[in-house]
Design a protein around this ligand. Structure first.
Ligand code: PMP
Length: 439
């Protein structure tokens, strides 16, 4: 029996809606890692606003920060005029940036979404370099507006736009389980770096000098693929040598999710441009780009947008950041992520269909594959089985999302506040769901 809310949603909302197709839920309440639907069923939320909800749903410090803005009669929206709330947010954000970067960094507030900040970053480097093309990576996800979509390293959502998106050269991402060079391990990483070096340095290579390179240090939607530190360092060295600005998209990885404030910190490097959204608004819409001062060559008015002054989002963002810092939640995320990955890896013994378990911090993925004892890894992706597992999880009270190039990677993005016993519960439900999906 379908709930009337779901029936009306199906009838009225655009055909382009995405999540409700595989997660047919009508939600009424939420707290911490849990959401409750209109029928009173409770689910563990390991999607968490696609990684937005660092402190889970309705965390008391976030609610209090929002309430303060309301109670004190502060302006809710100020375009890009400053306020004490904004001033504090900028200070809080700069305090967690690597010092050698923040000393000479500029911030630009963007529209509410991650894609808005990606668009701004693209424009920034094109204006600063006077060049027009970009380097991006296979499997990348940077958003659905046309500039961001142009950087997407998979064809699906771009194909219907009839070839109107141009000017991006796609490079192989260090995807160890399905190494683009058929090598894997360090040899695969080295081969990738050598290839990219030729793209950046060979004048006969046919690739024009780009305005910038952009990547996620852990691909999220692309299937939870962490780039090895040596590779991230290699990209930093190559782009520095070639005079190409390096943009790192921390929209999903930022604010402690991977065990450090920013995923690029694992490699000990700093990019030239950092793209931030999702968790930085403490569950409300907010996005910014932070970049090296020497790129700040665009002129007043070169980038605008009405909704750059969402005070509640900045207040919620400051509160979130303060709580992560006070509780060292990024370190907690690293420990909980290890616990989750360890237990998921143990499940591989019983379920060889769980072909690869990988991740960093609380950004964890399980690549679901066809079981075939005779062929060598990597086995063929099994998107239908992954969908069945997702549906069985939902039946048992666990919300997980799928990703990856074939939709065959189960993604775990729980709030960073998740506790050890809750991790164990997630794995228990997941194991039962896999068993049921295989029956
Ligand atoms: N970059 C990355 C790495 C993302 O994961 C996403 C969203 N999943 C975006 C950009 C786009 O953000 P938004 O959906 O808010 O536009």
């Amino acid at each position: 029996e379908k709930n009337p809310l779901l029936i009306r949603q199906e009838a009225r909302e655009s055909n382009a809606r995405s999540y409700p197709r595989r997660l047919p839920l009508a939600l009424k309440r939420a707290h911490g890692i849990y959401v409750e639907d209109v029928e009173g069923r409770v689910f563990i939320d390991c999607l968490a606003g696609a990684g937005t909800l660092a402190l889970g749903h309705n965390h008391p410090v976030v609610i209090a920060a929002i309430r303060d803005v309301l109670d004190e009669g502060l302006p809710l929206h100020t375009l890009d005029l400053t306020t004490p709330v904004k001033d504090r947010f900028v200070q809080d954000l700069f305090d967690i940036l690597p010092p050698d970067f923040s000393r000479q960094a500029k911030i630009q507030f963007c529209g509410p979404s991650g894609a808005d900040a990606v668009e701004a970053a693209l424009k920034l480097v094109k204006i600063a370099t006077g060049r027009g093309t970009m380097l991006a990576f296979q499997g990348a996800y940077h958003g659905m507006t046309q500039g961001a979509l142009n950087l997407m390293g998979s064809l699906g959502p771009k194909r219907p736009l009839n070839g109107s998106l141009q000017g991006v050269q796609f490079l192989p991402y260090p995807y160890d389980y399905r190494c683009p060079f058929g090598l894997g391990g360090d040899a695969g990483v080295q081969a990738g770096m050598r290839y990219i070096e030729t793209v950046l340095t060979d004048p006969e290579g046919g690739v024009p000098a780009p305005a910038g390179m952009i990547f996620e240090a852990v691909q999220g939607e692309g299937g939870v693929i962490p780039a090895p530190d040596a590779w991230v360092q290699g990209m930093r060295d190559l782009t520095t040598a070639a005079g190409v600005p390096l943009i790192i998209d921390e929209v999903q990885t930022g604010f402690g999710r991977t065990g450090k404030w920013f995923a690029f910190e694992h490699a000990g490097i700093t990019p030239d441009v950092i793209v931030l959204s999702k968790a930085i608004g403490g569950s409300l819409p907010l996005s910014v780009v932070v970049y090296r001062e020497e790129l700040d060559l665009w002129k007043p008015g070169a980038h605008a947008g009405t909704f750059r002054g969402n005070q509640m989002a900045m207040a919620a963002g400051s509160a979130t950041l303060g709580f992560i810092k006070a509780e060292a939640l990024h370190e907690h995320a690293a420990r909980m992520g290890e616990r989750l990955m360890r237990q998921l890896t143990q499940l591989q013994t019983d379920f060889p269909q769980l072909g690869d378990v990988r991740g960093r911090g609380l950004m964890v993925g399980v690549e679901v594959v066809e079981r075939d004892d005779t062929s060598a890894a990597p086995l063929p992706a099994a998107p239908a089985l992954a969908s069945a597992i997702q549906a069985e999880c939902l039946k048992r009270g666990l919300i997980i999302e799928l990703g990856g190039r074939h939709g065959s990677v189960v993604r775990f993005l729980p709030p960073l506040i998740i506790e050890a016993a809750q991790i164990d519960h997630v794995v228990e439900i997941f194991a039962a769901a896999v068993a049921a999906a295989l029956r």
